[in-house]
Design a protein around this ligand. Structure first.
Ligand code: PAF
Length: 274
């Protein structure tokens, strides 16, 4: 495995590869990332992973500075799974002040975008940069970031990007908590409580399976139950799984999405229904 930090070194390493499968990450890798990297092997003769904490997708009061940076450890975890790690410095991806951005679709202003208004613009812009540098045939993203996956798929379609987007299932801890780098911020007590977010999504799915069709009320009740346990809820929402428009009772495939704070940690999760 080679670890590279510049665009010319990356180009030189990859230009002759038959099929490149690419997993973009912000590092601090957990089994969710490693699962995507293993899956990537089925899509390419060369597996490339990027590790870059992208300043553009963090709001001014968010955790950019505190975000865990664990490059040496990440590289150890990738040994034997990836062929190339691209870990650029910020100046490599942002050689000058960024004044050109990918304008994400309107859905990027809802759900997570309601409280993180520039987040998906930052994600789409850096992912496009990474796609330009890696020139992968396939790129893999986890379903845990469901709205991000939706925005990236739309970008790939609408900008005619020659890359296939593949989604990986969310990897969960034994109690159901979706693996996330931000879980490391949780105190022991909060970690005990954190799996409630997924349990509420499961409860929503059960209620719908049992015939519940007042979707707004079902989501509101989940929000209230979480709030009564001390969570600060950004949203609990039922959406059409393909469009992320508010779900209708007869939509065949729905997704329940939630984002909520436990203390200082913001967790997101989702569950496909149908
Ligand atoms: O999902 C992430 O880790 C990031 O949003 C991504 C896609 C690597 C872009 O910085």
């Amino acid at each position: 495995m080679e670890t590279l930090s510049t665009a010319p070194a990356l180009r030189e390493r990859l230009w002759n590869e038959a099929r490149v499968a690419f997993v973009p990450t912000m590092g601090n890798l957990h089994d969710g990332h490693l699962d995507l990297v293993r899956q990537a092997r089925q899509h390419g003769s060369c597996v490339a992973v990027s590790i870059f904490v992208n300043p553009l997708q963090f709001g001014p009061s968010e955790d950019f500075a505190a975000y865990p940076r664990t490059l040496a450890d990440d590289c150890r975890k990738l040994e034997g799974l990836a062929d190339v790690v691209f870990a650029p410095a910020a100046a490599e991806l942002y050689p000058e002040t960024q004044t050109i951005f990918v304008e994400p679709p309107p859905i990027a202003g809802e759900l997570c975008g309601a409280t993180r208004p520039t987040h998906f613009r930052g994600v789409a812009t850096v992912v496009l940069k990474l796609f330009n540098l890696v020139q992968a045939d396939t790129a893999l993203f986890g379903k845990k970031d469901y709205q991000q996956l939706h925005v990236i798929r739309a970008m790939a379609r609408q900008l005619n990007l020659p890359v296939e987007i593949v989604a990986g299932e969310t990897v969960r801890a034994a109690d159901g908590l979706a693996l996330s780098s931000r879980n490391a911020y949780l105190s022991e007590t909060e970690r005990g409580e954190a799996a409630m977010l997924y349990r509420e999504l499961q409860r929503i799915r059960q209620e719908i399976a049992a015939g519940g069709c007042d979707l707004a009320a079902i989501a509101d009740e989940a929000r209230m139950r979480l709030e009564s346990r001390g969570w600060r809820v950004d949203y609990v929402s039922l959406r059409n799984a393909a469009t992320l428009a508010p779900a209708l009772a007869d939509d065949e495939k729905k997704v329940a999405l939630a984002a909520a704070w436990l203390g200082k940690t913001r967790l997101i999760d989702n569950l496909e229904i149908g």
